[in-house]
Design a protein around this ligand. Structure first.
Ligand SMILES: C[S@@+](CC[C@H](N)C(=O)[O-])C[C@H]1O[C@@H](n2cnc3c(N)ncnc32)[C@H](O)[C@@H]1O
Ligand code: SF4
Length: 462
């Protein structure tokens, strides 16, 4: 794809830069309500009705040695050894409680360990956690097994252990390589650390290596960010996520410390994003969707081309398992027609599990209408289209043209701006529309429509 196809003028990008959800789920998290042990149990029992369907597993490992000031993840800063021990013991109980309700359903097509920093765990702890999963589940041959790591704290020995366990995807946090920006955000990470870790992963046969970058960080300029991107292009990861910094100090108090520095304005954020597009296009990366880029040789790009791309809480993926079990504090599962999110702090999570209860805190059982809209949003964000005939067949519904008449007319202004084309019963996302998938999806978000009057509750879309 040529950069020119993606270019939109700055004025337009500013107009489009309001708040919006990322649609890793529909309905989105703000629409969920209080959930508890009984809701989690009921959803697991429903999930047990499809014994042969493979599942995904997400494990949240919240620990980090040091707080990065921009961090929006659910983390716990600790260096105390006992913390990891008691956490893994709780995960073991949670897995056993889950399996007791899942009947014969055990096949696993995808595993992801996210955080925090999963490589806060020592090699023997990584083995222990993997053993908990492999002794309860049947991990399919060819399953995608991935982990998020921070290069500054990840050793070759940890990577070797992960490879030995069967991990075949690694995602590394980088954010920015500029020394001053790193100092401001409290991040210690040399280019060599990232480069050497990528090289070691490759040597050990890990493919689809992803690096996370961020734009909109304090003190970033177009020149510093371009320099970061040029170095990254030299390292040449298979994939890149380029996230806009979400400044949400009302949720993450530590972010207020960044307010004494110069935070890029909205037009500056837009320009930083274009710097990323320009540099990455020059280096041979294609836009997958939203803020994800991949080389043409990468499985994610091939999935986009062959119409097999999927999206779940982990973002874009090539694996089709529809339902996801989630273990650990704050983790979000999607099974038995419901979303189920665990308690946000380690203490409450462990206390619930140790008393024999699931620590579910928030969630939602989806309605048929929710599932239909979810399928539409998935199709726009992964298949880059909405084909009403296809959707009717897939969801077993009729006359979607009438059902979505208002939405289809609301897409017209987006089509006028070149984000999509509408012809007959089909909407196709245009190349530049891949950067604005949230906006196309928002048209089909019934809850957002109802709540528009309440004002923004999400981070900026650009
Ligand atoms: C769990 S971390 C990645 C692994 C590891 N903890 C690290 O930092 O290297 C997940 C990613 O979320 C992104 N992230 C964290 N806080 C963010 C924020 N406030 N806004 C946007 N992206 C953010 C970063 O790119 C980060 O690499
Ligand atoms: S960005 Fe990564 S390493 Fe930094 S605090 Fe957040 S999860 Fe931990």
């Amino acid at each position: 794809m040529k950069t020119a196809e993606l270019r939109v003028d700055e004025e337009l990008i500013l107009r489009m830069s309001g708040a919006g959800p990322r649609y890793t789920s529909y309905p989105t998290v703000p629409e969920w309500h209080d959930f508890g042990d009984a809701d989690a149990r009921a959803a697991l029992v429903r999930a047990s009705a499809k014994p042969d369907e493979p599942l995904c597993i997400y494990v949240h490992l919240p620990f980090c040695a040091r707080m990065c000031l921009f961090c929006g993840c659910t983390v716990e800063i600790t260096r105390r050894q006992g913390k990891v021990d008691s956490y893994l013991a709780a995960i073991e109980k949670e897995v056993a409680m889950t399996c007791a309700l899942l009947g014969k359903r055990r096949k696993i097509a995808q595993i992801h360990w996210g955080g925090g920093t999963p490589t806060h765990l020592k090699p023997e702890e990584l083995r222990r956690l993997y053993g908990i999963l492999s002794s309860h589940f049947e991990i399919e041959k060819g399953a995608e097994i991935s982990i998020e790591v921070h290069p500054h704290v990840t050793s070759f020995e940890q990577i070797d252990t992960l490879v030995e366990l069967g991990f075949n995807r690694v995602s590394m946090g980088v954010q920015d390589l500029d020394h001053h920006v790193q100092e401001v955000i409290h991040r210690d990470q040399t280019t060599e650390e990232t480069e050497n870790l990528v090289a070691h992963c490759r040597k050990r046969g890990i493919g689809g290596i992803n690096l996370d970058l961020m734009y909109g960080l304090p003190e970033q300029t177009e020149a510093t960010f371009a320099a970061t991107l040029q170095t990254i292009a030299r390292i040449k990861p298979d994939r890149l996520a380029v996230y806009g910094y979400a400044h949400v100090p009302w949720l993450k108090r530590h972010q207020t410390a960044l307010e004494r520095y110069r935070l890029p304005t909205a037009p500056e954020r837009a320009r930083l994003f274009f710097v990323a597009i320009d540099e990455l296009s020059k280096a041979g990366y294609e836009v997958i969707g939203l803020d994800h880029f991949a080389l043409k040789t990468d499985a994610l790009y091939r999935a986009l081309e062959s119409d097999t791309l999927h999206r779940n809480f982990m973002g874009y993926t090539t694996h089709p398992a529809e339902e996801m079990l989630a273990f650990g504090m704050s983790s979000i599962g999607d099974f038995g027609g419901a979303f189920v999110q665990n308690n946000h702090d380690t203490k409450s999570y462990e206390a619930a599990i140790n008393s024999g209860q699931f620590s579910a805190m928030k969630g939602m059982v989806r309605s048929a209408e929710d599932d239909l809209r979810r399928a539409v949003i998935q199709s726009l964000m992964c298949g880059m289209r909405l084909d009403l005939d296809e959707m009717e067949a897939r969801c077993g519904v009729k006359d979607l043209a009438t059902h979505f008449a208002r939405e289809l007319s609301e897409l017209q202004p987006l089509a006028d701006q070149g984000f999509c084309t509408i012809s007959g019963r089909r909407v196709d996302v245009a190349p530049r529309g891949r950067l604005f998938l949230r906006h196309l999806a928002m048209v089909f978000d019934e809850y957002l429509r109802k709540k528009k009057a309440e004002g923004p509750r999400f981070s900026k879309t650009i």
